[in-house]
Design a protein around this ligand. Structure first.
Ligand code: HEM
Length: 463
């Protein structure tokens, strides 16, 4: 999350974009609209096509301005596409054409920010909030000014993710402390890492509690029927139509035909926890490729990760292409950090006896680190540091597994149960649930279950 609230309105030169977004407030999803509602959408879509072509030069290199411009333009793109009445021609439908008045500035901004031209988690959550007063002095009040439906449910959906991000700040600090201690690696460091890992587990538990608060303000039916369809990316609608950006050169146009919609799978905090704890998601389950995973994309500078991730990156790797550049770089640095925490625990946490830690303490004191060593003996002299380290690591991994279990329950309520209600009695419901896809394009249940299993697989067997 940026440390200051993001901008809520662009400077006057960009008012036509902001006004167009304001005017979209009564739009209805194209496949649900009545004839009059379709007329309203068509009128608005015409307004988008007639927008003047405004250069992004006036935004300079200001991240604050470019970010707000991205939020405005990506919301307009999704509104433009999904408010359109469905094409009744059936197969072989032409791609959705995004008018140049929007596509050109959006592609330029994407080039500067190194992000794809589709709504991402960073647009809906990270760069879309304002602080609002709350009744409680400890609770952080966040509101989300740009939404598709203007329902409290949609704002609540974004708020829960944002509160998890905010809680994640302390998790990041603890990760840093662990890595600093790991490079010292004496017995005090080992014990401190164990303490930090236990604290980290507590924070992940709190994140799980926040996640469950989703039920308090976001109605599953409203989410499934009214909010989620707006998120669909290129090729993700019922008709599978791809997106074309008018005025884009051929390479860019092809690369951005198929794009994932926003998903909290693009949140870097959960990725960071995975990388830090050494949870690996290498198994390829239920994941289709999209444009950002194609080798061609790696040549156009929008997805630094794509080149690294070879021909078939996992969903988690693919989602990193939708994260702000700084987040991708941070994850790269975390990945490159040596020693990695899991390796460190393997090396220092699975030793049976206390003798190594005692001898390490001796070495440390020999180095002149006397106060540190005395502290270590004073506070922890009776605890086996190796065992405690491994236990603490497992507690942190288990907390992440619990988070994922809670998340699967949410997905069942908010997507699978809702989708099943739409399935006729004659069809096999559990079979259909297996085949449901997420906004990131995954086969939902097999993918999420695999993420949970991958987390569990990181646990050390301490028996
Ligand atoms: C109503 C609430 C939510 C629903 C319906 C939901 C749905 C989904 C779906 C369908 C996926 C599969 C990937 C895809 O294709 O997009 C997914 C993945 C994911 N979601 Fe959520 N999500 C919700 C809230 C959250 C929140 C608040 C977070 C936390 C920031 C979160 C974190 C993740 C992560 C990290 C993944 C990647 C898979 C994993 O790491 O286990 N989700 N979500």
């Amino acid at each position: 999350m940026p440390s200051r609230p993001p901008l809520t309105r662009l400077p006057p030169a960009y008012e036509p974009w902001e006004k167009t977004l304001d005017d979209a407030k009564c739009l209805i999803l194209g496949d649900e609209a009545t004839t009059e509602e379709t007329d309203v959408s068509e009128h608005w879509r015409d307004q988008v096509r007639k927008l003047p072509e405004i250069s992004i030069a006036g935004l300079g290199v200001s991240d604050v301005l470019l970010r707000r411009a991205r939020v405005v333009l990506t919301f307009i793109v999704h509104l433009y596409i999904h408010s359109q009445a469905p094409n009744i021609d059936g197969d072989n439908q032409p791609p959705h054409l995004i008018p140049r008045s929007v596509s050109l500035p959006l592609l330029s901004i994407c080039n500067v920010l190194s992000l794809p031209p589709v709504l991402t988690y960073s647009d809906t959550v990270l760069y879309n909030w304002t602080v609002v007063p709350t009744e409680s002095s400890t609770e952080l009040g966040l509101d989300f000014h740009t939404t598709f439906t203007r329902t409290p449910d949609e704002a609540h959906f974004y708020r829960i993710s944002a509160l998890i991000e905010v809680r994640g700040i302390e998790a990041l600090q603890l990760m840093r402390l662990c890595l600093e201690e790991a490079s010292i690696a004496d017995s005090l460091a080992i014990r401190r890492i164990a303490i930090h890992l236990r604290k980290l587990a507590g924070i992940i538990d709190e994140m799980s509690v926040i996640l469950m608060d989703m039920y308090k303000g976001c109605n599953p039916a409203v989410f499934y029927h009214r909010i989620r369809p707006w998120f669909r990316g290129g090729g993700g609608g019922k008709d599978g139509r791809l997106w074309k950006f008018e005025g884009a050169d051929d390479i860019t146009a092809t690369n951005f035909e198929k794009l994932s919609g926003p998903s909290a799978g693009q949140s870097s905090i959960i990725h960071a926890l995975d990388v830090f704890l050494g949870v690996r998601h290498d198994a390829h389950i239920g994941r289709p490729k999209d444009a950002l995973s194609s080798p061609a994309t790696s040549t156009n500078n929008h997805s630094p990760q794509a080149s690294e991730s070879k021909s078939d990156p996992t969903f988690m790797t693919r989602m990193q292409n939708y994260m702000p550049q700084a987040h991708r770089e941070f994850l790269d640095q975390l990945r490159a950090h040596s020693p990695a925490v899991r390796d460190f625990v393997q090396e220092h946490g699975l030793q049976k006896s206390d003798s190594t830690s005692k001898s390490n303490s001796f070495v440390a004191s020999f180095r002149g680190n006397l106060i540190r060593t005395l502290n270590a003996w004073y506070f922890f002299g009776t605890i086996d540091s190796s065992e405690e380290l491994a236990k603490a690591y497992n507690i942190a991994v288990s907390a992440l597994k619990k988070f994922r279990d809670g998340h699967i329950k949410i997905v069942k309520t908010y997507i699978i149960d809702q989708a099943e209600r739409d399935i006729p009695d004659t069809q096999n419901r559990s079979d259909s649930a297996e085949k449901l896809r997420g906004t990131g394009g995954t086969l939902l249940l097999p993918f999420l279950q695999a993420c949970g299993e991958n987390t569990k697989a990181s646990l050390f067997d301490l028996k």
